[in-house]
Design a protein around this ligand. Structure first.
Ligand code: SAM
Ligand code: SF4
Length: 320
C-alpha cells in the first residue's frame, strides 16, 4: 500500500523476541533492557495472524528479527509458516550468527531466502568488547554455516569510534573472496547508539578506496531496503552503504516494524507505536484498519540528531 507521501510500503520487519544472547554496546545498555513478560510476547499464531493482515495490504517481503531471533524456540517453524502465506515474496532473517551453525540448514529447508549477519570487526578482542562477551569465532562459524547451507548472506557492520581502517578493509575483503554483501551501516542515535561516536560512511569509503581503488556503482536490485551498493574491481560480492545519517533515504522508505509485543512502529525515530493486540482480538477488519492507520502515520523523514536519543527504545526492542 501507499503512504501519505506516495511511498510504496512493501516490507515488514517482524521482531519475534526482545531477548538477546549479546549486549552490543550501541544497541543495549550493559545491564540489558527490562524484559517483556512471557505473557506480553505474541505467540507465533498471533504474529502470523498479523502477518496475514499485513500481506493483505500488499506488504510481501518480511525480515524476521529480534533481539536475537534464533534464541526463540520455534523460529524455523515460524519462517516456514510465513513462507506458506499466499502472496509472500521473500522472508529473510537478521541475526548475530552465534546460533546459526545449529539452525542454518533447517532455515534453508524452511524456505528462508537469505540471512543478514551482524559482524562489526574481525578483531577477536574488539568483537568481545563490542558485544560484551561474544566470541568472534562463533560468529564466523555462523557465517560459514550459512554459506554452506546455501543461504544468501549479507554481513552488517556498524563502524564506531575505535573501528580502524585496517579492520574495516579486512572486513570488506570478505566480499572480495566470497559471494556476500558486506554492508556498512551508519550508527543511529537510537538507544545507547546516541551516546557513542559513529564513523560516516564517506570516511569508510575513502579507507576502502585507498586500498581497493575506485568503486563502481552497482545498479542491480539487492534486497529490501535503502542500501546503495558498489563493486570493487576483482570482488565477487559487493559493498553496501546504509547511510541513515549522511544521506537520508527516507524518501524511499518502504517499511513498517512490528515488535514482539505486537506494537507497530511507523518510524525508528518516533516513540509512538500502535498496540495491535486489541485489533487482533477484534478480528481481521479491525486489524487491517489498525495496520493501515500505522502506515498512514509514517512521517516524511526521520529527525535524527547526533547525540540526541531518538525513538525512546533500543534497537533490540524494535528489531533494528
Ligand atoms: N540480533 C540481530 C542482529 O544483531 O542482527 C537482530 C536485531 S539487531 C537490533 C538488528 C540490526 O540493528 C543489527 O544489524 C545491528 O547492528 C543494528 N543496530 C543496533 N543498534 C544500532 C544503532 N544504534 N545504529 C545502527 N544500527 C544499529
Ligand atoms: Fe543483540 Fe543484535 Fe542488539 Fe547485538 S545488535 S545486542 S546481537 S539485538
Amino acid at each position: 500500500m501507499t503512504d501519505r507521501y506516495g511511498r510504496t510500503i512493501d516490507y515488514a520487519r517482524i521482531s519475534i523476541t526482545d531477548r538477546c544472547n549479546l549486549r552490543c554496546v550501541y544497541c543495549m545498555p550493559a545491564e540489558g533492557v527490562p524484559k517483556l513478560e512471557r505473557s506480553e510476547v505474541l505467540s507465533y499464531e498471533m504474529l502470523l495472524a498479523i502477518c496475514r493482515a499485513i500481506v493483505s495490504l500488499g506488504i510481501v517481503k518480511f525480515k524476521v528479527t529480534g533481539g536475537e531471533p534464533l534464541v526463540r524456540k520455534g523460529c524455523t517453524g515460524f519462517v516456514a509458516a510465513l513462507k506458506r502465506i499466499a502472496g509472500v515474496r521473500s522472508v529473510t532473517l537478521t541475526t548475530n550468527g552465534l546460533l546459526l551453525p545449529g539452525a542454518a540448514a533447517a532455515l534453508r529447508a524452511a524456505g528462508l531466502d537469505g540471512v543478514n549477519i551482524s559482524l562489526d570487526t574481525l578483531d577477536p578482542a574488539r568483537y568481545q568488547a563490542l558485544t560484551r562477551g561474544g566470541r568472534l569465532e562463533d560468529a564466523l562459524e555462523g557465517v560459514r554455516s550459512a554459506l554452506k547451507a546455501g543461504l544468501r548472506v549479507k554481513l552488517n557492520c556498524v563502524p564506531t569510534a575505535g573501528s580502524t581502517p585496517d579492520d574495516l578493509v579486512r572486513l570488506a575483503a570478505i566480499a572480495q573472496a566470497h559471494p556476500v554483501e558486506v554492508r556498512f551501516i551508519e550508527l543511529m542515535p537510537v538507544g545507547p547508539g546516541a551516546h557513542l561516536g559513529g564513523i560516516p560512511n564517506r570516511q569508510v569509503a575513502d579507507w576502502l578506496e585507498a586500498v581497493y581503488g575506485p568503486a563502481e556503482p552497482y545498479h542491480g536490485r539487492l534486497g529490501n531496503g535503502p542500501a546503495r551498493y558498489v563493486h570493487f574491481p576483482g570482488f565477487i560480492g559487493r559493498i553496501g552503504w546504509i547511510s541513515a545519517m549522511g544521506d537520508c533515504f527516507c524518501g524511499h522508505c518502504n517499511r513498517i516494524r512490528l515488535s514482539s509485543a505486537g506494537r507497530l512502529a511507523p518510524c525508528l525515530c518516533l516513540p509512538e507505536s500502535i498496540d495491535l493486540r486489541p485489533a487482533l482480538a477484534a478480528g481481521e477488519t479491525a486489524l487491517c484498519a489498525a495496520i493501515r492507520e500505522g502506515i498512514l502515520s509514517k512521517p516524511a523523514r526521520h529527525h535524527f540528531e547526533p547525540g540526541v536519543e531518538a525513538g525512546g527504545r533500543t534497537m533490540s526492542q524494535v528489531g533494528g
